[in-house]
Design a protein around this ligand. Structure first.
Ligand code: BTN
Length: 246
């Protein structure tokens, strides 16, 4: 990963650029980085604010030989890579919130957006999109723009983070994790995800579109679903929703 890196001053979205390049045959491991994005994409069609000079916006093309239903396993991979990079580059302790948020002191510091091109049986390619707030001063943003409390490594750690070093460390961790994933499958990375997310055995409240329930987290399955045991003994497989610790 990172044997070919395209660095752009400005683009609409590094995910869109990487997706287009992958469609045109860009090899696995191709990375696209931009200093700023004019239309950074968040999950659920939201906008990812992407001011210049302070953060990391990057996208990585992967071509794993897996089925589309297994692609969420790559989300575990990027979450764990970001958590490791934060630990190597700062003294901060990142927390993981299912399914793929990375928080520090309860505030969001990074976001992940994977986009995939697949047929029924097999994945052609996946673009891992990773945005990390490194040296953003939150006071420069109007909080009204933010849906959830957000922060940056600088705000939480009090120290500037070297953007190039952070990027290098992140790509190194991704490369390592992806190599292990190809050999050993998703077991080890899922175990690390679970250990870091600190929700196993905890009571949670799950809020879905038209339903809310409480239960105890048993783990995650290999499709990325959260397994929650209800008080009546049924095991719920949660594929989407908002999960709050009780
Ligand atoms: C989220 O909603 O939490 C996901 C945010 C993902 C943002 C990153 S920044 C780099 C890449 N390019 C994009 O347009 N989005 C992702």
């Amino acid at each position: 990963i990172g044997s070919s890196i395209l660095c752009l001053k400005e683009t609409d979205s590094t995910n869109s650029v990487a997706f287009k390049m992958a469609e045109e045959g860009a090899p696995e491991g191709t990375v696209v980085i931009a200093d700023t994005q004019s239309a950074g994409k968040g999950r659920l069609g939201r906008v990812w604010l992407s001011p210049p000079g302070v953060n990391l916006y990057c996208s990585v093309v992967l071509r794993p030989a897996i089925a589309p239903v297994a692609a969420c396993q790559l989300t575990f991979l990027s979450v764990v890579a970001v958590a490791r990079a934060v630990e190597r580059c700062t003294r901060l302790k990142p927390q993981i919130k299912w399914p793929n948020d990375i928080l520090i002191n309860g505030k969001k510091v990074a976001g992940l957006l994977n986009e995939m091109n697949a047929e029924t049986e097999k994945v052609n390619f996946v673009v891992l999109g990773i945005g990390v707030n490194l040296n953003l001063r939150m006071s420069t943003l109007s909080q009204g723009l933010l849906r959830h409390p957000a922060t940056s490594l600088l705000e939480e750690g009090g120290e500037e983070v070297d953007r190039i070093r952070f990027t290098r460390v992140l790509l190194e961790e991704l490369d390592q994790l992806y190599g292990d994933f190809l050999v050993e499958g998703d077991g080890p990375v899922r175990a690390e995800w679970l250990a870091r997310s600190a929700i196993k055995g905890r009571s949670v409240k799950v809020s879905q579109q038209n339903r809310e329930f409480r239960g105890v987290v048993q783990g995650v399955d290999s499709f990325g679903a959260l397994l929650v045991l209800l008080s009546d003994g049924t095991l719920e497989t949660v594929l989407s929703g908002d999960v709050a610790l009780l």
